[in-house]
Design a protein around this ligand. Structure first.
Ligand code: ADP
Ligand code: PMV
Ligand code: MG
Length: 327
């Protein structure tokens, strides 16, 4: 039995635009997905995922998805198995063990589909645990690359390397196309996260931006402006200029909103954070519902978010300088 964990992330800036080759700066945060894998005697895959429905669920299947033995509706099964299937396929390939079967258990404190990168964390930790179970050690860079292949497939060809690289390496990273690197750890980034309790569909939201970008030059300009803003943000990060970082986060939220990926609940939380004195606030990840991230050293933003109707829960998120790790 082998267990690995990998962190979720918030985007300081650059989500969506990163899919079209602009730079982005995601930051790993101290909420993790833990994946435990045990090799089976047969070639089947059994998945236990507590978080995918109120009751949790278990599914066991072989090559034919039609023979799945499940206790929840099919769409949830499809949602769950995409990333696990992908992780298992990558591990089988890396270990040259095409018929390996696994029992997989996922435990996670990253809300699902909320912009905190639960999918990348599950893919990275899943590939690490499954390859190690088969006696193969991949480097974090190799894990990031294989997890990216999984996200790319599940998101139907529209994914960046940002989430998976960040989850594998930890800390603050910069991703521009295939160029991925870790940045020096900044002294302090006081992240506060507000969560509306909902989720957005990453694939659909990415497709929506792609469509706008193809139809309107000014939407393509907005994507490029996000890239300019990220380059400005990198200078602010190097100078530890938190005030300017906040201003750029606010601007980034506006551009994401123009690209149609915000939501009433996300806007309400962004404005609640700003009203409480946050240095800056924006949605994080794909949008459509889920989480916002704000910068505030004091407790004022978290408290204000907790009193905001649109917000289900608010918490402080510490930068996690550790990426994937064995448990
Ligand atoms: N705890 C978990 N157990 C099983 N699958 C999970 C878990 N967390 C995330 N996933 C997978 O990741 C998907 C959500 O990914 P995505 O829509 O990209 O949102 P995000 O990455 O922002 O959380 C879920 O539908 C599921 O397939
Ligand atoms: C919208 C996007 O830039 C980030 C998606 O993040 P999340 O899955 O919502 O946490 C897509 C991507 O980079 O693949
Ligand atoms: Mg995701």
């Amino acid at each position: 039995m082998t267990t690995s964990s990998a962190p979720g992330k918030v985007y300081l800036f650059g989500e969506h635009a990163v899919v079209y080759g602009e730079p982005a700066v995601p930051c790993a945060v101290g909420r993790r997905a833990r994946v435990t894998v045990e090799e089976r005697d047969d070639d089947r895959i059994r998945v236990e995922a507590e978080d995918l429905s109120l009751d949790g669920f278990t599914v066991t299947y072989g090559d034919d998805p039609g023979d799945a033995d499940v206790n929840v509706p099919g769409d949830l099964v499809a949602a769950a198995t995409g990333y696990v299937d992908g992780a298992v396929a990558q591990a089988r390939d890396a270990a040259d063990a095409p018929d390996a079967g696994f029992s997989v258990t996922i435990e996670s404190d990253i809300p699902l589909g909320a912009g905190l990168g639960s999918s990348a964390a599950v893919a990275v930790a899943g590939i690490d645990a499954a390859t190690r179970e088969l006696g193969v050690e991949l480097t974090p860079t190799e894990l990031a690359d294989r997890a990216y292949q999984v996200e790319h497939e599940v998101q139907e060809g529209q994914a960046s390397r940002a989430d998976t690289f960040c989850s594998a390496m930890g800390g603050v990273v910069r991703v521009e196309g295939d160029d991925c690197k870790r940045l020096p750890d900044p002294p302090d980034l006081p992240f506060v996260v507000g969560y509306d309790g909902g989720a957005g569909n990453t694939g659909e939201l990415v497709a929506g931006v792609r469509d706008l970008r193809e139809r309107y030059d000014f939407a393509a300009d907005a994507v490029e402006s996000i890239g300019d803003l990220v380059r400005e943000g990198e200078r602010a990060l190097r100078g530890n200029d938190v005030t300017r970082l906040g201003e750029l986060m606010d601007f980034n939220h506006g551009l994401l909103s123009a690209l149609g990926v915000s939501a009433r609940s996300l806007d309400a939380m962004v404005w609640a954070a700003r009203g409480a004195g946050a240095t800056g606030a924006k949605l994080t990840g794909a949008g459509g519902g889920g989480c916002v991230v704000a910068l505030d050293e004091s407790d004022a933003t978290r408290t204000a978010l907790e009193y905001t109707t649109a917000c289900e829960t608010a918490f402080r998120a510490e930068l996690d300088t550790e990426g994937v790790r064995r448990e």
